[in-house]
Ligand binder design. Structure first.
Ligand SMILES: NC(=O)c1ccc[n+]([C@@H]2O[C@H](COP(=O)([O-])OP(=O)(O)OC[C@H]3O[C@@H](n4cnc5c(N)ncnc54)[C@H](OP(=O)(O)O)[C@@H]3O)[C@@H](O)[C@H]2O)c1
Length: 300
């Protein structure tokens, strides 16, 4: 197939592109900088210079492609609207990359949530995440207008990326901060839990969804769960550091920004990827983020 991928040089998009190239697809990838465009071309991806604000570029590429994957942003409404408009009545797939902070709470590391969501559970969505939830729903609704629209709602992704960005957004900042200061910090007591999934299993699911997911399908993407205290302890063990220490959300915000401190590191986001396993036969191979941290995580 001819595919157009946004975020093709990023962590998720680069890894998905790597997988889909290996499957024999032709890929055109949106890229913002000409030096990065050259690096993408060297990997067999045809670069398309532009951004998610260039609706004409997005529309042209979406019309030329057999299917589109947005892995540049879970939140860029204008760019995604341009892609959906161009794909209307085409029957072609648009796979959108969402994230499970959409059902994240605001416990600041000090509570374990009893809420575990799957695709059949009504969501609880904090005010700050309403826009992402509305965008996911707008994408799914495009299935009524001739788009095979699919939302993959990823949890905390770990593992070394296969594209130009090696690092994900949650564990690497904790590791870098620990390497810099000699102390691993988590928000509050770190008893909050996040579901997680390895990037290679994520890439497998994008390939399966491209092939078989029906129009209007929403999937959580998860293969395990850990608390931040457990993740922090695994980082400390790997780096040979002492006990994990607590930060208030204000202290964490000063280092990682408030959005990250509250909705990535301080929240619960617990889901089960029931539908991808049952409907697409997804069979993830990696099961333990803490074992990956202790044995495989690249350190530099
Ligand atoms: N990693 C995770 O665990 C995870 C889990 C769930 C959801 N998500 C969400 O998935 C999305 C991608 O995440 P990622 O981890 O792959 O991040 P990433 O490594 O930063 O990749 C994002 C890619 O998209 C490109 N991009 C961003 N904004 C763009 C724009 N306005 N126009 C054109 N290109 C743009 C970036 O280009 P540049 O290189 O030019 O910046 C980069 O190549 C994010 O919205 C993230 O919040 C991530």
């Amino acid at each position: 197939m001819k595919l157009f991928i946004t975020g093709a040089n990023g962590y998720i998009g680069g890894s998905v592109a790597h997988r889909l190239l290996a499957d024999g697809h032709q890929i055109r990838g949106l890229v913002r900088r000409s030096d990065v465009a050259e690096q993408l071309a060297a990997r067999g991806i045809t670069p398309v210079l532009g951004t998610l604000d260039d609706s004409d570029v997005l529309a042209r590429e979406a019309r030329k492609a057999d299917a589109v994957i947005n892995a540049a942003s879970s939140d860029h409404r204008a760019g995604i609207s341009a892609l959906l408009a161009a794909l209307q009545d085409s029957g072609k797939a648009l796979i959108h990359t969402s994230g499970s902070s959409v059902i994240g709470d605001d416990v600041r590391g000090d509570a374990l949530s009893p809420h575990i969501f799957d695709e059949d559970t009504p969501f609880i969505v904090e005010d700050k995440k309403q826009a992402r939830h509305a965008l996911d729903n707008a994408i799914l609704a495009a299935s009524a207008h001739g788009v095979r629209s699919i939302v993959l709602c990823n949890t905390m992704i770990y593992g070394a990326g296969r594209g130009l960005h090696r690092d994900s957004v949650q564990i690497p900042p904790l590791v870098k901060q620990a390497q810099k200061t000699g102390v691993v910090h988590v928000v509050g007591q770190g008893i909050n839990r996040w579901s997680n999934v390895h990037i290679d299993d994520v890439a497998d699911l994008y390939a399966l969804a491209l092939k078989d997911a029906p129009a209007g399908a929403f999937y959580f993407v998860e293969n395990g769960e850990a608390s931040y205290a457990e993740i922090g302890q695994a980082i400390a063990t790997r780096l040979g550091l002492g006990p994990v220490r607590s930060w208030t959300v204000e202290e964490a915000s000063a280092v990682w920004g408030e959005g990250h401190a509250r909705y990535s590191f301080g929240s619960n986001s617990r889901v089960r990827a029931k539908r991808a396993r049952a409907e697409l036969g997804w069979n993830p191979q990696h099961a333990s983020v803490t074992r990956w941290i202790e044995t495989e995580m690249p350190l530099d």
